[in-house]
Design a protein. Structure first.
Length: 220
């Protein structure tokens, strides 16, 4: 159930993001800043609730992938305005998450939705891009020290790359330094367990919920 705020601009920002209107989201956030609203408050009372609403609607089939992508783009346009202010203040991300599509796959829609949802839930996201080899994931964990590594694929032929990356992390002595979550259309819970990933998300919202669970239970 949506919370209605006394500050009308927060409701308008929420509507702009869920309504897939990127320019409106950006303009309204700039307006809120000019009105003296704190960046953290704008994030907590408008942007995060908007993405939570989008995630829930997607999960219950009220909206579909194209709408989620457009809403995510609206969030990103607004968050880009807030981000410098957040980083300059007392904002502290819950954790750093590195995300990448595995080698041999250049699909990034799912990864981008996860990235937007994670940022909206208070995480710092390091986007490694697409077609990332096992060595690329190892390098990111070694040099950027994320607490969480997310790997995705849309192709059954590239699913083995996930196991290859996990084994490469083990060989580099880094596996115990990062939680690994996997996802994508062909990926299953059984496959995640087989390759010894720490978690699996059937969709973007579920992946975020798994990561939130790790944080809340202090498993990271």
């Amino acid at each position: 159930m949506r919370v209605v705020h006394s500050y009308e601009v927060y409701n308008q920002i929420l509507d702009a993001i869920t309504g897939m209107k990127a320019e409106d989201a950006k303009r309204l956030i700039e307006q809120a800043i000019k009105e003296g609203k704190p960046a953290q408050e704008i994030l907590n009372k408008a942007l995060i609730p908007a993405l939570q609403e989008v995630g829930e609607k997607f999960k219950t089939d009220q909206i579909f992938l194209p709408e989620v992508m457009l809403s995510a783009n609206a969030f990103k346009a607004g968050f880009a305005v807030l981000k410098p202010l957040l980083l300059a203040g007392a904002y502290k991300p819950k954790a750093k998450v590195a995300l990448g599509t595995v080698a041999g796959d250049v699909h990034d829609i799912g990864k981008n939705i996860v990235a937007a949802l994670l940022e909206g839930n208070g995480y710092q996201v390091l986007d490694l891009g697409v077609n990332v080899p096992a060595a690329g994931f190892v390098e990111a964990v070694k040099n950027q020290a994320p607490q969480i590594l997310g790997m995705s694929t849309l192709l059954t032929t590239t699913m083995p790359e996930m196991q290859k990356a996990i084994k490469a992390l083990e060989a580099a002595g880094l596996r115990n330094k990062v939680k690994v979550i996997v996802g994508g259309a062909p990926v299953t819970q059984e496959f995640a367990e087989k390759i010894k990933a720490d978690g699996f998300g059937a969709d973007a919202q579920e992946g975020v919920e798994v990561i939130n669970g790790w944080i809340e239970s202090k498993r990271i």
